[in-house]
Design a protein around this ligand. Structure first.
Ligand code: MRU
Length: 346
């Protein structure tokens, strides 16, 4: 289990390990209101599907604490308003809406006798979501590591580690556990243009945990697959539909096609909070469009001529037909996902 924790709740504030400052600096920023948390999510100070769900849950705890409501119903309205704001911070990862909706619907169903009881409940639920995510990651780590039967090189994309979750990680959690079992020779880390989560964050995590890796640009993946050294590709997810279509960081779809072409297993690792079984097809997932400026500049330096137009879809959708298996804390789903995923949720 990694000791990296991206969020620390301190009652009156949520401290966020600023992922924009990493790896150069370990800077913590303090969020005192739900609005501060929504901003930190939108601006990517905290990112990764499960981590933004956990941050939003603590955002609700801050909203409940700061509300001056004197009745339970007025407090529920204040928390509901904060929830709407938090959910709008980023559209693609379902974990955000999942965490907010879970807390709000449980709070509504609670029948709390006093505002104080309701405030305590919302905070306890936020802690529970964080704890459960960490436990889910450890379980996925064990289940996923069993898919890596012999010592091998693996490839991963974006950052799916402790920074992106309540701790340990999803795809990177499987890699951590498999490494502890002696099954990882080295990890190929995609730099993950344009936001460089691989180069900045995954490299930082693996270096701290002494897991051997080599950083590559996204366009080198095919070359290394063709050389025959990569035994599996492991990625996370931001939303998974009933058919097993997977929204994840831009570039994931290309990797899945490459993996299929080279007969390499392509595993998606995500907690059940990332499943959106109400959606059937991947094309119904809202893909976040981020600023083109994030494409034409690297670390603040312009790399393209002034005035060029650039596109920046932050995610893409990999059809379930390209996914070898989906590892969740409830078990491993195999195709056809329309049957296996609902079975996992019981
Ligand atoms: O834009 P980001 O950095 O929030 O995107 C993160 C990813 O796409 C991850 O792969 C996904 O959230 C899973 S993280 C456990």
């Amino acid at each position: 289990m990694s000791r990296i924790v991206p969020l620390r709740f301190a009652g009156s504030s949520l401290r966020v390990l600023d992922q924009l400052a990493l790896p150069a600096r370990e800077r913590w920023i303090a969020c005192h209101t739900a609005g501060d948390v929504a901003r930190a999510i939108r601006d990517m100070n905290v990112r990764g599907a499960p981590a933004i769900g956990i941050a939003a849950a603590y955002g609700l705890a801050l909203a409940a604490r700061r509300s001056r409501a004197r009745t339970v119903s007025a407090l529920l309205s204040d928390v509901g308003r904060a929830g709407s704001r938090l959910v709008q911070a980023r559209p693609t990862a379902v974990n955000l809406a999942w965490a907010v909706n879970r807390i709000i619907s449980e709070a509504r169903g609670l029948g709390a006798p006093t505002p104080a009881a309701l405030r305590a409940f919302v905070t306890a639920q936020a802690h529970a979501i964080e704890r459960e995510d960490r436990a889910a990651n450890l379980r996925m780590g064990r289940l996923g590591a069993a898919l890596i039967r012999k010592r091998m090189d693996v490839l991963t994309h974006c950052n799916t580690g402790a920074l992106a979750t309540g701790g340990h990680g999803t795809a990177l959690g499987v890699i951590r556990t498999a490494h502890a079992l002696g099954r990882i020779r080295k990890v190929y880390v995609d730099e993950t243009r344009p936001y460089l989560q691989g180069a900045r964050l995954t490299a930082w995590e693996l270096q701290r945990d002494h897991i051997p890796f080599v950083l590559i640009t996204d366009s080198m993946a095919a070359h290394f697959m063709a050389l025959g050294g990569i035994g599996a590709v492991l990625v996370g997810a931001d939303r998974i539909t009933r058919r097993g279509d997977v929204a994840n960081k831009i570039g994931t779809y290309a990797l899945a096609i490459l993996a299929r072409a080279h007969r390499i297993p392509f595993y998606v690792v995500a907690p059940t909070s990332t499943l959106d079984l109400a959606l059937r097809r991947g094309r119904d997932i809202v893909i976040e469009e981020r600023s083109a400026d994030e494409v034409v500049r690297i670390a603040g330096t312009r790399i393209a001529p002034a005035g060029v137009r650039a596109a920046h879809p932050a995610f893409d959708v990999t059809p379930g037909t390209l996914v070898t298996a989906i590892v969740t804390e409830a078990g491993i789903a195999r195709p056809p996902y329309a049957a296996s995923l609902p079975r996992l949720l019981g």
